[in-house]
Design a protein around this ligand. Structure first.
Ligand code: C5P
Length: 233
């Protein structure tokens, strides 16, 4: 379902920008190089949902990265609200009751629910600091099992865990990886990272890439280089 041979629907560009106006300008600049966008916590409170609806009207795929984490009744109702918007992806934290409630709230809508396993900015020490004794790898696999049991559509995880996840999930299960950095790009605050081709080879179904594209001197050229690298896998 490629809109142009320049683009790859598996690449979600994270529009982590200060305003909707700047995000709209970025989308215009990227043009037909990008057909899928992730709108996250920076824009969602300031018009990001309406902006996502405008992207849908342009034929783009839209991923609302809300990372819901609340009591079941609230998650169910919030997911129902998003399911009514014709969005493509929604994230919730991969806690069993949260995931089950999101599935109920989604109902028959085509919205795919993704569970956030372990944030890619958390390494072993960061997990210990917040009281998790499991290694990131063990915690990810525990949450993947719980995601399958809850009936959601996939998980968000570091590319470093994608291979182990792919080996343990049903066909069609989405493995969406942020923490992707083209060779030589700045890591930013990401710790568990891989290149785009390595992430896909490991079993990622979709890539989420933000700053390596949006902060590049030429964002469209950066996106096209990533699309070309993805085509070679
Ligand atoms: O700029 P960068 O490529 O690091 O952006 C990664 C995006 O993916 C950010 O929007 C971040 O919130 C999101 N994300 C992540 N790790 C997760 C889930 C989402 O980095 N586990």
């Amino acid at each position: 379902m490629s809109q142009s041979s320049n683009s790859d629907a598996r690449l979600f560009v994270a529009l982590d920008l200060p305003s909707v106006a700047e995000a709209e300008a970025m989308v215009a600049q990227l043009g037909d190089a990008v057909e899928s966008y992730k709108i996250g916590l920076q824009l969602l409170p300031i018009g990001g949902v309406d902006f996502g609806q405008r992207l849908k009207a342009l034929g783009k795929n839209v991923f609302y990265d809300f990372k819901f984490h609340d009591i079941g009744a609230t998650v169910e109702k919030a997911t129902r609200s998003i399911a009514g918007l014709n969005a493509d992806f929604l994230t919730v934290h991969a806690r069993p009751d949260v995931m089950r409630s999101a599935v109920v709230g989604r109902g028959d809508a085509p919205l795919k629910i993704l569970g956030v396993t372990v944030l890619t900015s958390l390494d072993r020490q960061a997990l210990l600091d917040i009281g998790y004794a499991d290694t990131a790898e063990d915690l990810v696999m525990r949450r993947v099992e719980q995601a399958i049991a809850a009936g959601i559509d996939g998980v968000v995880s570091s590319p470093l865990e994608a291979e182990a996840i792919r080996a343990n999930v049903p066909d069609g299960f989405c493995v969406v990886t942020p923490g992707v950095r083209p060779a030589g790009a700045d890591k930013g605050d990401q710790k568990r990272i891989a290149t785009p081709s390595a992430a896909l080879k490991s079993g990622a179904s979709h890539l989420v890439i933000g700053r390596p594209i949006t902060q590049a001197p030429d964002p469209r050229a950066a996106a096209l280089a990533i699309v070309a690298e993805m085509a070679d896998v």
